[in-house]
Design a protein around this ligand. Structure first.
Ligand SMILES: C[S@@+](CC[C@H](N)C(=O)[O-])C[C@H]1O[C@@H](n2cnc3c(N)ncnc32)[C@H](O)[C@@H]1O
Length: 325
């Protein structure tokens, strides 16, 4: 299987391949799957799911998330934690409310894993993680986490290829608001949790006024070819940040002027210049992008019977538990 690392093949093959086949179901007819070459075939409707470049494919190769595929291929490792940064680790805690003790040894689903920055944290904490992404980002995650207890699949949150009640934890960070229907996407997930399992989601906040101008620009920018938009942002982002920095040193009016620039031309301000372009592209390129309130998300969780709901640190993060029978 393409996602296993040669050095760890025996152990990982046993741990992951058996588990994954047991978890998998046909997204169309829900029957179990058999191996078929490198990929899978449905034992019910006979639909085949090929494996390409280390990732089993449960969706057509092209879809509305293509800009994310472009983005994560291009910035494959920018947001991965390393010796100089633990930003993803901190972000994971602040957006899911999970800690290493919660997920160590557990089977976890990362919905919309992108290039795998949060699955990297979860596997480092000792979880076994299955990551799904609608875009070709799944390939990047598979490559980035080839030495971890991690399997990536290209699949859609609206028709996930898993048996019900498979996972101990499911998290989805910055993903479900990029689908055509965030409410349905959230409600699609509890069925895959074991009883007593936890679901944590982070969505864009509807309370933030910073979004006004960017929402206006997005009407145009998301229609541009990814390459064109990226080329533009490689110029615009450093320029806006340079103007902003120059204004801020002017005594008196400098700071208010810089505030206006930042409000009217919202771009990311991370200290890492690559991260700034990446996150600004991530903001302006997606076809779908909705914003939400705690009231909405609590209502969605409750309508699925989720309990012990709690707000986590970064708006809008909500965590809930599936009741025991
Ligand atoms: C902003 S990125 C976040 C990626 C990752 N969670 C992170 O925070 O780095 C959103 C991701 O959601 C994925 N996505 C969008 N719609 C999806 C869907 N219907 N099913 C699965 N993934 C989806 C995109 O392909 C993209 O990689």
């Amino acid at each position: 299987m393409g996602w296993f690392v040669p050095g760890r093949r025996n152990r990982v093959t046993l741990l992951l391949s058996i588990d994954v086949l047991e978890l998998l179901r046909c997204p169309d007819c829900r029957a179990s799957l058999n191996r078929h070459g490198d990929g899978y075939v449905c034992t019910g409707c006979q639909r085949a799911f090929p494996q390409e470049r280390g990732v089993a494919r449960f969706v057509p190769p092209e879809n509305y998330a293509d800009s994310f595929g472009f983005q994560w291929q291009r910035y494959a490792r920018t947001q991965l934690d390393d010796a100089s940064s633990d930003e993803s680790d901190k972000d994971f805690r602040r957006k899911t409310g999970l800690s290493p003790e919660d997920i160590r040894g557990k089977l976890v689903l990362d919905v919309g894993c992108g290039m795998g920055r949060f699955a990297e944290v979860a596997t480092r904490w000792g979880a076994r993680v299955v990551g799904v992404d609608l875009s070709a980002a799944a390939e990047v995650a598979a490559r980035n986490l080839a030495d971890r207890e991690f399997v990536a699949l290209q699949a859609d949150v609206f028709s996930l290829p898993f048996a019900a009640e498979s996972f101990d934890f499911i998290y989805s960070i910055g993903v479900l608001h990029h689908t055509p229907n965030c409410e349905q996407a959230v409600k699609a997930l509890p069925q895959y949790l074991k009883p007593g399992g936890t679901l944590a989601v982070w969505l864009y906040s509807a309370y933030n006024r910073w979004y006004r101008f960017s929402d206006l620009y997005r009407r145009v920018t998301h229609r541009l070819p990814a390459k064109t938009l990226h080329g533009m942002l490689r110029v615009v982002v450093p320029t806006v940040n340079a103007v902003d920095s120059a204004l801020r040193v002017i005594p008196g009016i400098g700071r208010p002027l810089s505030g206006i620039v930042r409000y009217v031309f919202p771009v990311n301000r991370n200290p890492n210049p690559q991260w700034r372009v990446l996150d600004t592209f991530d903001w302006y390129s997606p076809r779908y992008q909705s914003k939400h309130t705690y009231e909405e998300v609590f209502r969605w969780f409750e309508s699925c019977g989720m309990q012990d709901l709690r707000v986590v640190e970064v708006p809008i993060s909500v965590q809930g538990r599936k009741p025991l029978p």
